[in-house]
Design a protein around this ligand. Structure first.
Ligand code: SF4
Length: 673
């Protein structure tokens, strides 16, 4: 038997075929338009997720005194969790319990989790790890366009542009099947520009590579806009017809001449001029940002600055042009639409909008007045755990916080201070290992559900194999807890949940009400809102895009005598996110973390390639082997974040609009260990 489904990992959601009922085999699904049968090594080896000896198959509870784990029945485990939640809420009120979700959860799970928090537990304290991934682009998209859909066009449109500008994206390594669009674009005569402090496999496909100091992408964007104004390349008719705010933006870029940009960004003024000329002379320009530009305390302003460039050129809404964000997590798009965000109800509705509350409460069969208001963002929530004002119990679904949170040592202490930590996972992740109760759940090919890929295309992951006995789906867990703590009904059949999600989202910015499982199967995925957006109007009430004058503020930490270099973090091809899945797939190399640094820096510090180095920041220290490479700036070191350690170093400074932590840059010291 063959099942058409999608990869368990990133936001490309490559189509694949699975055969075999117990141990699946992966085969190409050539007809699926996004990847046309191509997969990266993570996708080809995805079946390796099965057969791991680490797989959990029974609920476990931990004795805090001895640290011993005991197997318990599902009823016992859920009763204990329900009792713990009741205790926390009796002592601290409804917000005594928190819920933490993930950007890898299916739409059905993300929706049900938001409903569990608001309708059954009545807590405002829910957020998810996607806050640390796409929230700056989401915040900027809503402010600029009135709507956040990462790519407002199919990814294949990349091939139709004349100049593609990738800001902080290592697309060739993070989603290799998408790199064919870059190759095709260049075959057709288009140009690729990569802006990244490191030269990466994506830079190898570029015509122009700019390597700014980490955290200075905003200054580069305003410097480009300054030059575009000076060259008369701005589309004044478009700006007058389709935008507001241009005069303030124009004034704000007036003083950003190329030599000033060079002083701030480290990019030679000649290269800034070269890129400006390329943009000015090209009929179609497309700008795509990713985490490199977004995971900063100024991330949302940085995205707004690049949106300003695309708008000023009159590109947004034109075919083969415009602005988009390359979402990272598997359901990074859908996961931010249906209610697991602190300020949101399903359909990308705002939780503080009375009409939205009335609509969703009606679908849930509860009074709108019973729904809580906005809660804390992900890091703020974790920072509050176990404090006098914070929750004393937390449920975690689909997230390995101990590895992926910024300032991770501090966050781990906060998790350990809880009276009750419950983790639903497939393996004993680093976060599950410090929990009180671990609930073993189904994964990927063992269950059915929808994901929304980086293009806003809703796809269907179909169950292909039988789960191990003893595990339950997250939907079962949510329903089991809800039935113990409330009278609100929760469906457990994914298709039924999706239909309810459709009703709850109807009329909202992300309206799924016309999408069905059958349509997704028949049409190879369904775009919510349509295939291409913003062709004739934006989603603000007056139909115009908003331009925002934004200022370069610099990074939260500047290098100093004690911490003289920039530390940046990112991914490697063979691993995914916190590595809880990929580190257990035997076919994927698990070489551990490393510290990438330039020969000039290595020589000054007496560090040889392969030798052990210690990287320290104000928050922590880690040791890993050195990789001495010429592809990184001499003032910057890079550490991949898939292993415990990197995020003990990262900075928890937050973007004021998106609450995105500054994962991508902090001040560090490096010494031979
Ligand atoms: S690019 Fe992403 S979705 Fe495609 S196979 Fe690789 S990890 Fe899976």
């Amino acid at each position: 038997m063959t099942t058409e489904t999608h990869c368990p990992y990133c936001s490309l959601q490559c189509g694949m075929r699975l055969t075999g009922r117990r141990t699946p085999e992966v085969a190409a699904w050539e007809e699926f338009p996004v990847n046309r049968g191509a997969l990266c090594r993570k996708g080809w080896s995805a079946a390796g997720l099965y057969g791991s000896r680490d797989r959990l198959t029974t609920p476990l509870v931990r004795d805090r005194a001895t640290g011993e784990w005991s197997a318990v029945s599902w009823d016992d485990a859920l009763d204990r969790v329900a009792a713990g939640i009741r205790g926390a809420q009796d002592a601290r009120g409804p917000d005594g319990v928190a819920v933490f979700g993930g950007g890898g959860l299916t739409n059905e799970k993300a929706y049900s989790l938001g409903k569990l928090a608001r309708a059954a537990l009545r807590t405002s304290q829910i957020d998810y790890n996607g806050r640390w991934c796409m929230s700056s682009a989401a915040s900027a998209g809503i402010r600029a366009f009135g709507l956040d859909r990462g790519l407002p066009f199919p990814l294949a449109d990349v091939e139709e542009t004349d100049v593609l500008v990738l800001v902080g994206s290592n697309l060739a390594e993070t989603m290799p099947p998408a790199a064919r669009h870059l190759d095709r674009l260049r075959e057709l005569g288009g140009r690729v520009v990569v802006i990244d402090p490191r030269r990466t496999p994506t830079s190898d496909r570029a015509d122009l590579v700019l390597q700014p100091v980490p955290g200075t992408d905003l200054a580069l964007a305003v410097g480009l806009l300054h030059l575009l104004v000076a060259r008369g390349a701005v589309d004044e008719d478009y700006l007058a017809d389709r935008t507001t705010g241009w005069s303030q933006v124009k004034e704000s870029v007036a003083a950003w001449w190329p030599e000033r940009v060079e002083r701030v960004t480290g990019v030679p003024a000649a290269e800034v001029r070269e890129l400006a000329a390329l943009l000015a002379d090209s009929p179609r320009v497309m700008v795509l940002t990713a985490r490199g530009a977004e995971q900063h305390a100024t991330g949302s302003d940085t995205v707004l600055a690049w949106i300003n460039v695309a708008l000023a050129l009159g590109m947004v809404g034109r075919r083969g042009a415009g602005y988009g964000c390359l979402t990272g997590q598997g359901n990074g798009q859908g996961g931010r639409e249906h209610g697991q965000k602190a300020d949101q109800l399903p359909g990308y509705r705002r939780i503080d909008d009375p009409a939205a509350r009335a609509h969703v409460a009606g679908v849930w069969g509860v009074g709108p007045e019973t729904l809580p208001g906005p809660g804390r963002s992900a890091y703020e929530l974790l920072d509050a755990l176990g404090t006098d004002d914070g929750p004393s119990a937390m449920l975690v679904f689909g997230s390995n916080i101990v590895v992926s949170a910024p300032n991770a040592t501090h966050v781990t202490r906060r998790l350990e201070s809880l009276d009750l930590l419950v983790v639903c996972d497939v393996v004993m992740s680093e976060t599950a290992a410090i929990a009180d109760v671990v609930l073993p759940v189904t994964q990927w090919a063992e269950e059915t559900g929808t994901m929304t890929n980086l293009e806003g295309r809703v796809v269907l992951r179909q169950r292909a194999i039988t789960p191990p006995s003893g595990v339950r789906s997250d939907l079962d867990v949510i329903s089991g807890l809800a039935s113990r703590l409330s009278t609100v009904p929760f469906a457990t059949d994914p298709e039924e949940v999706f239909a309810e999600l459709g009703r709850a989202s109807a009329g909202g910015p992300a309206d799924y009400s016309a999408i069905t499982y059958d349509r997704i199967r028949d049409e190879g995925g369904v775009f919510w809102g349509g295939e291409r957006l913003f062709g004739s109007s934006f989603a603000h009430p007056d139909g115009r895009a908003r331009m925002h004058a934004v200022e370069h503020r610099g990074t939260a930490e500047q290098p100093c005598a004690d911490y003289p270099v920039h530390l940046t973090t990112g991914r490697v091809l063979a691993q995914y996110q916190s590595g809880a899945q990929t580190r257990r797939v035997r076919a994927l190399p698990d070489d551990g973390a490393f510290v990438e640094l330039h020969p000039l820096l290595a020589g000054r510090l007496g560090i040889a390639d392969g030798s052990s180095v210690r990287v320290s920041t104000r928050r922590g220290t880690m040791t890993a082997p050195a990789r001495v490479v010429t592809t990184i700036r001499p003032d910057t070191v890079f550490v991949p974040f898939h292993w415990v350690g990197a995020n003990r170093l990262t900075n928890d400074a937050l973007d004021p609009a998106s609450k995105m932590p500054e994962f991508k840059v902090c001040a560090a010291s490096v010494v031979a260990a």
